[in-house]
Design a protein around this ligand. Structure first.
Ligand code: CP3
Length: 347
């Protein structure tokens, strides 16, 4: 459905800049992944992080959902912990669990185990991006990274966490060490994003997936400054920035003001309400509940139409889910959602 000549003039990039579009652009977080049989086929027998460092595989997997669903953007196939591992952090991704560390971060000495990331450590990432961009033609590629808080949580908890208690304990108990850790993670995320943009990515998304676990006061004091620094490092990169977290209804105004063109909205807040909360002058991304893709089609259709309707109140709207595609989602439904978004929003 993308008919523009260049990614920088595509519906996705135009919507992110608040410019007029031929239709509302749509892509899905986790569109490349286990919902696709062709993904499961390619991944068979190869470890997740090894896959992320192999340009042939990264290129193929990134393109799969674009071919199948005709989405308006590709999201680079990688993971938020790829730059950590590339810098030398001993971290792995366990299938069905997520990122895990044998030796979690706990003390100042542990900072030595988190070296800075330089472009020469990830030549494969630049190569994958260049190959994907060449294949995509006019369709934009979205680069991404994890925000310092979400990365710090994995490093400190040693894996996915229900309550983030060790992270909050370190944040409050040793703010100086917390800030030094987050400064290091800011450097790593910014370097990872820059490599992707310099190799041809047309937009970027900063994932602070677990920010919704924080109070507003903690977010402002311990997290926002580091997120701002990460986004500021990309301010002159010439591509729109999208900032997203889960369960962040209370944090939306702060997250929207962190130095981002687009604010990502999860499904817990109606889009109209979210647009109001951030002041109505910023493009938004979101926010169909990924669980509703399992409901009867009439429900999906009604929700898609409602969200498109509500999105018209913002200067730009990028249709997406309120969080990632669930692994058991029927990919046929995702394709139908793309078609419906394009049809309903065509102008
Ligand atoms: O289509 C896409 O969105 C592309 C790629 C992508 C992956 N991870 C691939 C992946 C992106 C953007 C991410 C980011 C990521 N990784 C986030 C932020 C987004 C979010 O979901 O909030 C987070 C928190 C992680 C950490 C992580 N890595 C988790 C929670 C998991 C899932 C664990 C599981 O198996 O359920 C991973 C592994 C991972 N990253 C998979 C994929 C496709 C699953 C690996 C597999 O297929 O076996």
């Amino acid at each position: 459905m993308t008919t523009s000549a260049s990614p920088s003039d595509s519906p996705l990039v135009r919507a992110a800049r608040g410019e007029t579009v031929s239709h509302t652009p749509v892509w899905f977080m986790r569109q490349a992944g286990r919902s696709l049989p062709e993904y499961r086929e390619v991944r068979r027998g190869t470890d997740m992080l090894e896959t992320c460092r192999t340009p042939d595989l990264v290129t193929e997997i990134t393109l799969q959902p674009v071919r199948r669903h005709r989405v308006d953007a590709a999201i680079f196939f990688s993971d938020i912990v790829v730059p950590l591992q590339a810098a030398g952090v001993d971290i792995d991704i366990e299938p069905g669990v997520g990122p895990v560390l044998d030796e979690p971060f706990a003390s100042r000495e542990d900072l030595d185990r988190i070296p800075e990331l330089t472009a020469d450590m990830i030549p494969d990432i630049a190569e994958s991006v260049r190959r994907i961009v060449l294949e995509l033609g006019p369709t934009p590629l979205i680069g991404f990274a994890g925000a310092p808080f979400t990365l710090a949580s994995y490093l400190i908890e040693g894996g996915p966490s229900r309550n983030h208690e060790l992270t909050k304990s370190l944040m409050h108990g040793d703010p100086e060490l917390w800030n030094d850790l987050c400064a290091r993670l800011t450097q790593i995320s910014a370097a990872f994003l820059k490599v992707q943009v310099e190799a041809g990515a047309s937009a970027l998304q900063l994932f602070d997936s677990w920010a919704g676990f924080l109070s507003k006061a903690d977010y402002r004091r311990y997290v926002l400054p580091h997120t701002q620094a990460t986004l500021a490092a990309l301010a002159d990169a010439g591509v729109p920035r999208i900032h997203f977290g889960v369960g962040t209804g209370e944090l939306l105004p702060d997250m929207a003001a962190a130095g981002t063109e687009v604010i990502g909205v999860d499904y817990r807040v109606n889009l109209a309400e979210a647009i109001e909360r951030v002041g109505g002058d910023q493009p938004v991304q979101g926010n169909l509940d990924p669980a509703l893709l399992f409901a009867p089609w009439e429900v999906v259709e009604r929700e898609v139409r409602r969200i498109l309707d509500e999105g018209r109140a913002a200067p730009g709207h990028i249709f997406n889910l309120g969080h990632g595609v669930l692994p058991d989602t029927d990919p046929v439904v995702l394709t139908r959602v793309v078609e419906l978004v394009h049809e309903v929003s065509a102008r």
